[in-house]
Design a protein around this ligand. Structure first.
Ligand SMILES: [Zn+2]
Length: 190
């Protein structure tokens, strides 16, 4: 196949050179509400086309590469006094795979245990291109069916206004969980 970025022949969806030259991740921090932060690894504009592969059949390969270069790297340096849990925000599958599940899986470590299919949006209205007013009016209405009283990291592919993350956090807190912080692959505001 050909590399999605430079079109040269490659065994991987993104060739090794492009991974090294264009996709070495950074680390951004944004406060969503008092003392609650979301950390991200790419500016959305830099990886927009790659993130949009979530609608393509080969998107899982792209997300696995991006996860390895960002969240997995984070996880390998992350320590905590005890085991905490990583929960993807709404990991239902659009097509053949769930991009948030792939991101979350890559965090698996001695300290982080990913759990799946526990946090679901009951309202999947599309936010792309909509303003804050619209987003506030049309909430995701999350339902959580996982373990209670645990410490959690929330995972998503993109943070824009942060409303979805805050709504997911609120839902988990109602279920007795403590949300430590959120991790997203990219941030649209950076
Ligand atoms: Zn390339």
């Amino acid at each position: 196949m050909r590399c999605l970025t430079c079109q040269s022949l490659s065994m991987k969806a993104i060739c090794k050179d492009c991974q090294e030259n264009f996709l070495s991740s950074s680390f951004y921090k944004r406060e969503l509400e008092k003392d609650f932060f979301v950390y991200s690894f790419y500016k959305f504009d830099e990886v927009k086309e790659l993130i949009n592969t979530k609608y393509q059949f080969y998107g899982d390969r792209v997300f696995k590469i991006l996860s390895t270069l960002s969240l997995q790297k984070f996880s390998s340096n992350f320590t905590f006094p005890h085991k905490i849990y990583a929960i993807p925000i709404d990991d239902h599958t659009f097509h053949q795979f769930s991009q948030t599940a792939i991101l979350t899986k890559s965090l698996q470590s001695k300290f982080i245990k990913p759990i799946f299919n526990t946090l679901k949006a009951t309202n999947r209205v599309k936010y792309a291109g909509k303003d804050l007013e619209f987003r506030k009016k049309h909430k995701r209405d999350f339902v959580y069916v996982g373990k209670k009283d645990i410490q959690v990291i929330l995972i998503d592919d993109l943070v824009t206004t942060g409303l979805t993350i805050l709504e997911a956090k609120e839902c988990l807190e109602k279920n007795g969980c403590e949300v430590l912080f959120a991790l997203t692959l990219s941030d649209a505001k950076n």
